[in-house]
Design a binder for this molecule. Structure first.
Ligand code: HEM
Length: 399
């Protein structure tokens, strides 16, 4: 007779798994043992099954994104459109979606390809690099500069601002000092974009900032606050996510040479590989939501006001949705993965991200088809967003 487990006692600990090279087995254990349960460290509800996560993502009136995360993120107001709910959020998406269409993002492809080649030129002859620092971090930041119409010299400023918000502890060990630095960086980001607004109003260009200062939302121009609240989000949502995905992909291909050889032999598989690795690795492992009403799911009673975790990483290896979910198949036919989320808040930058990932994978494997993790070294993953913070690679130089 199977033992009946009180849903309130189903404890989930996904943080450690998300920071490992292979979290999939732990996710699958969560799916089979406790698809809905409480996070072992905080007691907050965690939802894991594909069907349940999709349902939650599609009901923002119950699972709200309007959360008070200002302290954690160094912001002064909610970021637009991620921290506001429909119908308000939908208005902004209507304004932004056309600027992030597949067609528009393709226009950036030559610049991203040149950047990828330029970065590889710097270390190619050495036969080694630290992938995160030397390639995965600068590439998306450069793409963002092209999108905003900013010169490449701004790269260091953006990297510093991004890290000042996401990982202030890198430069400030003391927790209080780190938080002060985060707040100060937040102010710097607001000031940076306010200055840029003034410049583009005076001298319009063909770039995203010019669009933001000239477009109209229901017959009126966007306010300065609205524009900086959108741009702040771009820094947090559009840089580390691509960096993390690049690291996860290349770490996977370094550890699985037979899969890598398949890609090198047939570059036509790269697009499929990008999708499949987004599913398998799910670099953004989870998204938070605030409950607007009491909900009971699979026996677990969740209360209004609770902060719920939607565990995208687990949903993406759910057998109920994916055929042979534990196989990594670059030719997978039906791949409705949730790596970009879903529902109203589905990633605004998915076409940009896909283009960057495809181009990076094409250029990297043209130039460096045969590589491995430096012998004796181990890649280091971070929890939450699975950035491979340390990925030393080596390859034959032919000399
Ligand atoms: C592979 C890279 C990326 C991944 C895995 C990713 C993942 C996600 C996920 C999971 C969400 C949903 C968040 C939620 O529901 O709370 C999201 C939203 C968002 N992403 Fe991305 N993202 C990526 C790249 C980008 C890029 C390049 C941009 C460029 C600006 C971007 C901009 C955004 C924005 C603005 C939102 C909020 C959309 C809204 O709330 O309406 N993302 N992303």
């Amino acid at each position: 007779m199977s033992k009946v487990v009180d849903p309130e006692k189903r404890e989930i600990n996904f943080v450690e798994a998300s920071a490992s090279a292979c979290p999939q087995a732990a996710y699958r254990e969560i799916l089979s043992g406790c698809p809905v349960g409480r996070f072992a460290l905080t007691g907050a509800p965690v939802i894991s099954r594909y069907e349940d996560v999709v349902w939650a993502l599609r009901h923002p009136e119950i699972f709200s994104s309007a959360m008070d995360l200002q302290i954690a993120l160094g912001t002064e107001r909610p970021m637009i459109p991620q921290q506001i709910d429909p119908p308000e959020q939908t208005k902004y998406r209507k304004l932004l979606d056309p600027r992030f269409s597949k067609k528009r993002m393709m226009e950036l492809e030559p610049a991203v390809r040149a950047d990828a080649n330029g970065l590889i030129d710097r270390f190619f002859d050495k036969g080694e690099c630290e992938f995160d620092r030397d390639f995965a971090i600068p590439l998306p930041c450069n793409a963002f500069l092209h999108l905003m119409g900013l010169p490449p010299e701004e790269l260091d400023t953006f990297l510093r601002m991004k890290d000042g918000i996401i990982r202030p502890h890198l430069t400030h060990e003391d927790m209080e000092a780190a938080q002060q630095y985060r707040i100060q960086t937040g102010k710097e980001i607001y000031a940076y974009f306010r200055d840029m607004i003034v410049l583009r109003r005076k001298e319009p260009k063909d770039d995203l900032m010019t669009y933001l200062v000239t477009c109209e939302l229901q017959g009126r121009k966007l306010s300065e606050n609205e524009i900086v609240d959108i741009c702040f989000l771009f820094i947090l949502a559009g840089l580390d996510t691509v960096t993390a995905t690049l690291g996860c992909n290349v770490a996977y291909l370094a550890a699985n040479p037979e899969q890598r050889r398949k890609l090198v032999a047939d570059r036509g598989q790269i697009e499929g590989a990008v999708e499949e690795l987004l599913r398998w690795e799910t670099p953004v492992t989870a998204v938070p939501r605030l409950l607007k009403q009491d909900v009971t799911l699979n026996g677990l009673e969740m209360k209004e006001g609770e902060l719920v975790t939607l565990l995208l990483g687990a949903s993406n290896v759910d057998d109920e949705e994916f055929e042979s979910a534990e196989d990594v198949d670059f030719a997978r036919e039906r791949n409705r993965h949730l790596a970009f989320g879903g529902g109203a808040h589905r990633c605004l930058g998915s076409h940009l991200a896909r283009m960057e990932l495809r181009v990076a994978m094409e250029v990297w494997h043209e130039r460096i088809p045969d590589y491995e993790v430096k012998p004796g070294e181990t890649p280091v993953y971070s929890p939450g967003i699975r950035e491979v913070q340390y990925l030393p690679l080596v390859w034959p130089t032919g000399s």
